[in-house]
Design a protein. Structure first.
Length: 113
């Protein structure tokens, strides 16, 4: 949704918005320990974004444990401080399927409800 994005939000919120929509439709909770970023294409690819150093530093400051990043942003890990890298687990995404598998909790057992 880059053309419709608010300049401050930008297309970097694609993975997060997609995860929220899938969470709503499947009744699966988004993991509370996970930050995510990435633009998504109409074909379901997770595209690289900017500001990885700042986004990961914010995730670490917020006490999160995991960050979902586009695979093509792997090269940006060298810009992240060692302190931040020690605090976070990095999960790299190629497609939106990868994002859903990493971002959402397993579906609760229907009998437990």
């Amino acid at each position: 949704m880059p053309a419709g994005a608010i300049p401050k939000d930008g297309p970097s919120a694609g993975v997060a918005m997609f995860s929220a929509l899938v969470s709503l439709m499947t009744n699966r909770t988004v993991r509370s320990d996970t930050a995510m970023t990435g633009e998504i294409s109409l074909r379901g690819l997770v595209l690289p974004v900017g500001g990885i150093k700042e986004k990961t530093a914010a995730a670490a400051r917020a006490g999160l444990a995991r960050v979902l990043l586009p695979t093509r942003n792997r090269k940006d890990l060298e810009d992240i401080s060692e302190e931040v890298r020690r605090k976070l687990e990095f999960v790299f995404l190629e497609r939106v399927d990868d994002a859903i598998a990493a971002a959402l909790e397993e579906k609760a057992d229907a009998r437990a409800a």
